[in-house]
Structure formats: structure tokens, C-alpha cells
Design a protein around this ligand. Structure first.
Ligand SMILES: [Zn+2]
Length: 330
């Protein structure tokens, strides 16, 4: 396969702190020989494990970028044993536009793996992670939140994996992250995900959903900042003890945790995040908005659980995810 067109301005093997860019040539109307300049920080101090930390995989999710821009500017090399690679905004064009997908090619980074060195801008970034950055990593933390269209109970998560030793290491890091909630996560659509690419390479991979609505709160940003420091401590890369968490474990047992809108309209939520919901309960009503007098469509829960995610905007479209339930693991 051809080489990546991305040229880093940092040396991943050099000691110390380097702030630079992953420079991706992108020729366009307003810049004939222009580039996409994706910020990157590398902090290395001697031998030890490598952590690869990413936010902005989706451009409208903010806890990860907040925690990682903060970490990149504040960490000193002498605090580190090993190496930390920080990319606060992985899909940088999407991050600058405040959108989930790239305004250049509509590429959804988390459906673009393994990527392609001769593909679109988003595919080229994915390929660089697939063939250059992921192979350098031992531990991978990729921050997500709900973005503009979903809102989540704040949780850190890992997946059930065929390799049980790899899975156990991932859940140990989820526990160390110390979000209020910790999830054994089921993916709705795992093909093309960064998660899957990292896991298939044998990496210890964890992710988050820390809020949503296209913004961050003081609470959710704080969870992200404490979580990443805890993960680096648990991995032996930062000194210090992992802070006590008091997390509650959740499981998404099967596809019955998801409910989708079968018609569009005005959505009335009947439960809030964290509320217990019984199977058969109406989680939301969808009012037809073309005229008055019509009965709302009722969206029902297919299992007992607590509400961990909900549709965020006030209007819903057919096929939108209305609610996600999970069960508390004793
Ligand atoms: Zn996301």
C-alpha cells in the first residue's frame, strides 16, 4: 500500500515535550497547495508504555478536546514514564466546523477505518491512525459524547472481546477512569470503527460517552480531565495514585436496549437520564406537528433498565435513536 500523505512535524521517538501538527496536504479553491494542520502533542520520557489519547473523533463532542488541550499544555516530560501522544481533535475539519462529520467529504471518522492513503481527507486521517499511530500505542483512550443529537449519562466504556485477557485490561482502565458510570458497551454498528481497529490490533482500548447536546458542562469536563489522569496513572505512565471512583457498572445486554423513532415530530421525553424504566413503559411521545388533534406516537421500552441516552433536539426524524437503556450490574 502507498505511504500516507500525512507528514508529522513532531518526532515520535524524541524525548521531551513537542507540540506540532499532523500535516495533511489538501489542495482546494482557497489554498492551492494548502494543508489540514491537525494539532498533536508528544510527551516522551525514557522507556515505558505509550498512551494514544484522542478527542474530536466526532467534531461536535467537547469533553475530550477540553481535557486533551488542557493536558497537552500542562504536562511536563519529567512527570511521564514512557510516552503520551495527544490528538485533541482527530477529525479536525469536523471539529472546526462543529459538526459530527467532516465538512470536506462528510466523512464520519468512526465509520472510516481502516481508511485509505489515497482516499478522502477523512479516510487519509483514519489510515494514518491505522498504520502509524495505533501501532505505536499500548493503551488507547478515545473520548466521545452525544454530540448535537444525543445526550448521555456520563460513562467510560469498553467492549466484550474474544481475547479475555485484553478485555480484562480494558475494563481495569475503565474502572480506573472513574466516571460516575462504567459500561460494558454494545455497538449498534461496529464496522469501520476506530474502536474495532484498535481492538483487532490487540490494543487496550477504552472510550467514553460523557454528555452531549453539542456542548460540555463543568461537571462533564471535570469527569474527562480526572478520567484521563487516572487512566495514565493506572497505565504506569503518570506517577500518583488513581483517585477513588465509586462508579456504577452498567451492561447493554442486547439490541433491545435501543428504541428508534418510527415517525417524525415533536418529542416529549417521559423519563430523564438515570431514571429507571420498566419494559413496556412509554419512554417518549412523538406528536405529529402537521395539525392539531392527532394522537402522539408512543415509543416504548423493550426491556427493564435505566435511561443512559436520549435524543437531544426537540424535533425527531424517522429512524432517529430515541432512547438507550442499560441494566445495572450488581
Ligand atoms: Zn462520538
Amino acid at each position: 500500500m502507498r505511504a500516507s500523505p500525512i507528514a508529522p512535524t513532531v518526532d515520535f521517538s524524541a524525548e521531551g515535550v513537542q507540540h506540532g501538527f499532523l500535516r495533511l496536504p489538501y489542495s482546494r479553491d482557497d489554498s492551492a497547495w494548502g494543508s489540514v494542520m491537525i494539532p498533536v502533542t508528544v510527551i516522551k520520557n525514557g522507556e515505558g508504555p505509550t498512551a494514544l489519547l484522542t478527542g474530536g473523533n466526532h467534531g461536535d463532542e467537547y469533553e475530550g478536546p477540553i481535557a486533551l488541550f488542557d493536558l497537552a499544555r500542562s504536562l511536563r516530560a519529567e512527570e511521564v514514564t514512557g510516552r503520551i501522544i495527544i490528538v485533541p481533535a482527530m477529525n479536525y475539519p469536523a471539529f472546526l466546523a462543529g459538526t459530527r462529520t467532516s465538512p470536506i467529504d462528510r466523512g464520519n471518522m468512526n465509520r472510516s477505518f481502516p481508511g485509505a492513503p489515497d482516499g478522502t481527507v477523512t479516510q487519509k486521517i483514519a489510515d494514518y491512525f491505522q498504520r502509524t499511530l495505533l501501532p505505536l500505542a499500548d493503551v488507547v483512550l478515545d473520548f466521545h459524547s452525544g454530540g448535537k443529537t444525543l445526550d448521555f449519562l456520563p460513562f467510560c466504556a469498553a467492549h466484550i472481546l474474544p481475547d479475555k485477557a485484553q478485555e480484562a485490561k480494558a475494563f481495569d482502565l475503565v474502572s480506573a477512569f472513574g466516571a460516575p458510570w462504567s459500561m460494558k458497551m454494545l455497538e449498534i454498528d461496529a464496522v469501520g470503527m476506530y474502536d474495532t481497529a484498535a481492538e483487532e490490533m490487540g490494543k487496550v482500548f477504552i472510550t467514553t460517552e460523557l454528555g452531549g447536546g453539542g456542548t460540555a458542562t463543568a461537571k462533564s469536563a471535570g469527569i474527562a480531565k480526572r478520567g484521563v489522569a487516572n487512566v495514565l496513572k493506572a497505565a504506569g505512565i503518570l506517577r500518583g495514585a488513581v483517585g477513588a471512583s465509586g462508579t456504577t457498572w452498567l451492561d447493554m445486554p442486547d439490541g433491545s436496549c435501543f428504541s428508534f423513532a418510527e415517525d417524525g415530530g415533536l418529542i416529549e421525553p417521559l423519563f430523564d437520564l438515570g431514571d429507571p424504566v420498566a419494559a413496556g413503559a412509554v419512554v417518549a411521545r412523538i406528536y405529529p406537528v402537521g395539525r392539531t388533534g392527532a394522537a402522539p406516537l408512543e415509543v416504548t421500552a423493550k426491556m427493564d433498565g435505566i435511561l443512559v441516552a436520549r435524543h437531544f433536539p426537540g424535533l425527531v426524524k424517522p429512524g432517529d435513536c430515541v432512547s438507550v437503556l442499560a441494566v445495572v450490574v450488581a
